[in-house]
Write a protein that binds this ligand. Structure first.
Ligand code: NAP
Length: 476
């Protein structure tokens, strides 16, 4: 591997104490790289670099920033295969999923190159005084970005691109399982024209200490986190000390509703996407599948067939649909969810058995009659397991769908658009897929309600997470 050191101030550095950690290929459990582990001193150096870079970049015109971001999109688009291969190597996901992620990741550079030049403000007459109300957006300051392992490229670019568009320098802490993709992005950003110090990358095994140091440095103004609700809560507590601007993309427990009149083929296709994209390791993955009792048999049969047809194996093999899960503990947790549901009365249709041999594989699995008491109804499965429940009362199923502390995304399948829209509006979720199993789109505001997070990424809103509103009251 070419890029395994810390990236601070546009230079590759081994880390102040020389410590390194291994990155494992989840398909065969071999070590693919030894990566430098950032210390508190490295974190301070990254903040110094970001501070130095900030003024010049923020003073550039929006168009100049936009041109650099557009170049980053062009360069990444030329190298999608290289990024996809790296994503598969460190995360395990199948090549098609990795290509999908790399494409999605690159799109954030294009979208925010277009948004950079649309930092709208407002000018108005104050109704009583007649003064002018001038409202404008300014770059918020240095942003600390913390990302998970399930999308090693996209969860980074979804934050880096709007931050740069807004004028903010960033320090990114990638997940320890998958730091290589973010490091490999740095030479590309250099080539695109991002000045040194604007984007710094700190893989680390001292995660808590370095993040805490950064969140308590008065020069840092934004913390943008994607990961578990548990860690998000801790970060919100830390962010409170300096009243940082928080953006939190946290866990999900997505319900997927198949109504009685749904087109079952469309519903199965949508469920396959909502469940199996990224082999279920997604905050948007359909976690609770509610099917009307009159169509449950047909739906379950067709879904079982589709899941059974997927080929499991090393994600680098282009014929493979389902790679390994990211690590042994994720695989074991999935296996425990299935055993728990079966012990409480669920019926197994396909999968459900950990294969022998190397790699953290788990087969596509379908369970029906999953009881409300099963653990997988309350927690994120984060694996390739479709857990089906049946319903016959729409009001009751909407109540069940909303009965969770999460509110990221829900899915609804019906041929009746009037009914579909009213169900969407009754679902307490930040995003809803109506007859679609995929909602993620760089041009749309991604994010959740309740304990799924705060703020939105992508869309017009994504850049606002990195700006402060300034109001000037003027007379002339
Ligand atoms: P995680 O354990 O919360 O880790 C996410 C990131 O936080 C990693 O970089 C991790 O670093 C870091 N971290 C861990 N402990 C920390 C601490 N005490 N202080 C500061 N940073 C800390 O989550 P994960 O297991 O990687 O990811 C899965 C979770 O992410 C799921 O819950 C999923 O739903 C959620 N997710 C949400 C979205 C969304 O947009 N809503 C998208 C993708 C994933 P280390 O790797 O070094 O521990």
């Amino acid at each position: 591997m070419e890029y395994t050191d810390l990236y601070i101030d546009g230079a590759w550095q081994p880390g102040s104490d020389g410590q390194r950690f291994d990155v494992i290929n989840p398909a065969d459990e071999t070590v693919i790289a030894s990566v430098a582990s950032a210390t508190v001193d490295d974190a301070k150096a990254a903040i110094n670099a970001a501070e130095k870079a900030f003024g010049e970049w923020a003073a550039r015109t929006p168009r100049e920033r936009s041109i650099v971001l557009r170049k980053a999109f062009d360069l990444m688009t030329e190298r999608l295969h290289d990024f996809a291969k790296l994503i598969t190597l460190e995360n395990g996901k199948a090549t098609a999923d990795a290509m999908g992620e790399a494409t999605y990741a690159a799109e954030f550079f294009r979208w925010f190159s277009e948004e950079a030049v649309r930092a709208d403000g407002l000018i108005a007459h104050a109704p009583a005084s007649g003064a002018r109300i001038i409202v404008q957006q300014k770059p918020a300051g240095i942003a600390v970005l913390i990302t998970p392992w399930n999308y090693p490229a996209a969860m980074g670019t979804r934050k880096i691109a709007p931050a740069l568009a807004a004028g903010c320098p960033v320090i990114i802490k990638p997940a320890s399982e998958t730091p290589l993709t973010m490091l490999a992005l740095m030479p590309l950003l250099e080539e695109a024209g991002v000045p040194k110090g604007m984007v710094n990358v700190l893989p680390s095994r001292q995660t808590g200490a370095i993040v805490d140091t950064m969140l308590h440095d008065p020069r840092v103004r934004v913390v943008s986190f994607t990961g578990s609700t548990e860690v998000g809560r801790q970060l919100l507590h830390s962010a409170a000390d300096q009243v940082l601007k928080p953006a939190m993309e946290l866990g999900g427990n997505a319900p997927l509703l198949v109504l009685e009149d749904a087109n079952i083929d469309v519903a199965v296709e949508g469920t396959m996407l909502a469940k199996m994209r990224n082999l279920g390791e997604a905050c948007t993955a359909a976690n609770r599948i509610y099917v009307h009792k009159n169509v449950a048999d047909e739906f379950t049969t067709k879904l079982t067939q589709a899941m059974g047809n997927l080929k499991v194996g090393n994600g680098l093999d282009p014929d493979v649909n389902v790679g390994p899960l990211v690590n042994a503990s994720t695989r074991d947790k999935v296996s425990e969810f299935v055993a728990d549901a079966i012990s409480k009365g669920a019926k197994l249709h396909v999968g459900g058995k950990v294969p022998c041999g190397k790699g953290y594989f788990y087969p596509p699995t379908v369970l029906s009659n999953v009881p409300k008491t099963a653990n997988c109804v309350h927690d994120e499965i984060f694996g390739p397991v479709a857990a089906i429940q049946t319903f016959d009362n729409l009001d009751a199923v909407i109540e069940s769908a909303n009965d969770t502390e999460y509110g990221l995304v829900a899915y609804v399948f019906t041929e009746n658009m009037k009914l579909g829209m009213s169900v969407c509006e009754r679902l307490d979720y930040g995003m809803v897929g109506l007859n679609r199993g995929l909602v993620s789109d760089p041009a749309a505001p991604f994010g959740g309600t309740k304990q799924s997070g705060l703020g939105r990424e992508g869309g017009h809103e994504g850049m606002l997470e990195f700006t402060e509103t300034q109001y000037i009251s003027a007379s002339w």
